[in-house]
Design a protein around this ligand. Structure first.
Ligand code: F6R
Length: 604
């Protein structure tokens, strides 16, 4: 939520800021703005997407500036509420990501002192407070201010009277320093910086940084200087560009064979017939684990549900999958339980809060994430990187597949540790794992068949997705993908649940997508299809290529390669992603930036 960028260097700041904001737009696209310090402090803001800002922006001179793309929390989508936010005397400009919980109290206090506010945002309070605290040293004013703030923030501040520096600070919202030669950056996301540098320093909560063109100083709240190590990011600029695809989402769907290989590389060995995870991760899995809690939100929560089926089937260890926003307040915490946080961004506020709660209660915490250096990697006991490369499309695709694979590797590892999986059986699984990239490629090669089905769906009002076992969370994810990018109402159900209520919503014009695998649920699924058909709707079945029966029951069939197995979930999910993509594309929707959504939900 909200993308932020600060630049201090030798280039034209407004060009760098617009360029970086375009790469941050997936964080929010309600409004955007930049502030440049040249001879004076110049601010320009627009409601709408960055392209609009870029079109209208005047030529600003200056090589230091800040830029922001907003996902509104406090205050409507207006120019006044866009960032940068200014102090009333226009001396201080601030960009902010996060939520200031005590802003009403601080605002009232400032108003009593005669400060006039011009926006409804909580962020303006930060600018006004820094101005109040300013006694000739911006760093000190920022330190005094953050001590008064309750809530979460990543801020970058410029001051007319110290036009050579940027000051940044963070608490519970992401902010990373990009290190360049005679230029330095601050950004909410690494992918914004890749064109300029791959050298980064991670700020921790409660730290304040001061950036000139040639120096980076980091302090704690007691003004003590802290030495930060520099890390190198192995993502490349091309990973964060569309590379000829019409949308990031399609590019990321097509990157999945490669993403799968990256998960398996170095972790799965066909020769040794072993699964090898990082030492710290294996240490965590080696404890006497009596239960596992998987904590996540949205699509990552659904990968957790898939993980539950896989881990329980292979190990018998009970797995509880919890929505992070609920778990943090209501979840049972138990130190014998291993907590697995699943978060693509590593910055989802609810998941981070839940992980902190669990850790405070004495649980061991493991995180599955795609972003090296993200907050999740730094607050957990160990982490596993999905290594999918940057995911820019708001709808998660390749990271979902990779999360499931990592959970599968954890299941194999635990099963092997508990002697529930013999070497021969593991070998068979390893062989099938290695086949997955090819199977996914086959699905991608037949994307046109999925487009044919999408044509049938493009004008419908509502779609049901049903499945049993592992196919139930896949149904939930299929429905989420469709609704979030096509705006068609879609619901996923456990197939056995239809009779317990949802059937009331089913009409002749509600297509039902059924995921049918040839396992112990097959006959029941066929019976469920019969019940649906008896009420008139069309049934689209996703079934394996060897299923010769399914055509007798379903109106349309989409095949996935190979025969059914727990690993079929990967090609199936790719089918569901392509289906959602094609439907949304046919409807002319804004696929990479669906309305009201943002890639990384850093507020609760
Ligand atoms: C949907 C989607 C979201 C995220 C959710 C959690 O396509 O991407 O539902 O899965 O916001 O995000 P992370 O995984 O970053 O914690």
């Amino acid at each position: 939520m909200c993308g932020i960028i600060g630049y201090n260097g030798f280039r034209e700041a407004n060009k760098v800021l617009i360029d970086c904001l375009k790469r941050l737009e997936y964080r929010g696209y309600d409004s955007a703005g930049i502030g440049i310090i040249g001879k004076k402090l110049q601010i320009f803001k627009e409601v709408g997407e960055i392209s609009k800002l870029e079109k209208e922006i005047p030529v600003f001179d200056g090589d230091i500036g800040i830029g922001h793309t907003r996902w509104a929390t406090h205050g409507a989508v207006t120019k006044e509420n866009a960032h940068p936010q200014l102090s009333s005397n226009k001396k201080i400009a601030v960009i902010h990501n996060g939520i200031i919980d005590n802003f009403n109290f601080l605002k009232e206090d400032l108003e009593k002192k005669g400060v006039k506010f011009s926006s409804q945002t909580d962020s303006e309070v930060i600018a006004q407070l820094i101005n109040e605290n300013y006694k000739g040293n911006l760093r000190d004013a920022v330190i005094s201010t953050i001590k008064q703030l309750k809530g979460s923030y990543a801020i970058v501040v410029v001051c007319k009277e110290e036009p050579d520096i940027l000051v940044g600070a963070r608490k519970e919202s992401p902010l990373v320093i990009g290190v360049g030669d005679n230029e330095n950056f601050l950004a909410s996301d690494i992918s914004a910086l890749l064109k300029y540098t791959n050298r980064v320093k991670y700020l921790d909560d409660g730290e304040i940084c001061v950036l000139s063109k040639t120096s980076i100083e980091v302090f704690n709240e007691n003004k003590k200087e802290i030495t930060k190590k520099e890390d190198i990011i192995d993502w490349e600029l091309k990973d964060a560009e569309k590379s000829g695809f019409p949308h990031f989402m399609l590019k990321e769907i097509f990157e999945q064979p490669d993403a799968i290989n990256r998960v398996l590389l170095g972790r799965v060995s066909e020769i040794d017939r072993t699964i090898k995870l990082h030492e710290k991760v294996e240490e965590l899995l080696n404890y006497d684990i009596q239960s596992i809690h998987i904590i996540a939100c949205g699509t990552s929560y659904y990968s957790g549900l898939v993980g539950k089926y896989l881990i329980e089937q292979l190990t018998n260890i009970p797995v509880f999958v919890e929505l992070a926003s609920e778990y943090r307040y209501f979840g049972t915490k138990n130190e014998k339980s291993l907590i697995i946080g699943v978060t693509q961004s590593g910055e989802t506020a609810d998941t981070l809060a839940a992980l902190r709660e669990a850790k405070n209660a004495g649980s061991r915490t493991l995180v599955i994430t795609n972003v090296m250096g993200s907050t999740a990697t730094r607050i957990s006991d160990a982490y596993i990187l999905t290594q999918s490369g940057p995911e820019i499309g708001v709808a998660a695709t390749k990271t979902f597949t990779s999360q499931i694979l990592i959970l599968l590797l954890i299941a194999f590892k635990l099963a092997a540790l508990k002697n529930k999986l013999g070497a021969d059986e593991l070998s068979k699984y390893i062989f099938r794992l290695k086949e997955l990239p090819r199977k996914v490629r086959e699905v991608l090669d037949h994307s046109d068949k999925i487009l044919d089905i999408a044509l049938q769906l493009k004008n419908v009002k509502s779609v049901f997705f049903i499945g049993r076992g592992i196919n139930y969370p896949l149904s939930l994810e299929g429905a989420l993908k469709l609704k979030e990018i096509s705006y068609i109402h879609a619901e996923g159900f456990a197939a056995g649940e239809l009779k317990h209520g949802p059937f009331a919503l089913l009409t002749q014009i509600t297509p039902v997508i059924t995921i049918v695998t040839r396992d112990n649920t097959y006959d029941k699924m066929i019976a469920n299809i019969g019940e649906v058909k008896a009420r008139g709707p069309e049934v689209i079945a996703i079934a394996d290529e060897n299923d010769t029966e399914i055509e007798k029951h379903a109106d349309f069939v989409i095949r996935f390669p190979g025969s059914s197995s727990p690993l079929s979930c990967i090609p199936i999910i790719v089918i569901l992603q392509l289906l959602a993509y094609h439907v949304a594309n046919l409807r002319g929707c804004s696929i990479d930036k669906p309305r009201n959504l943002a890639k990384s939900v850093t507020v609760e």
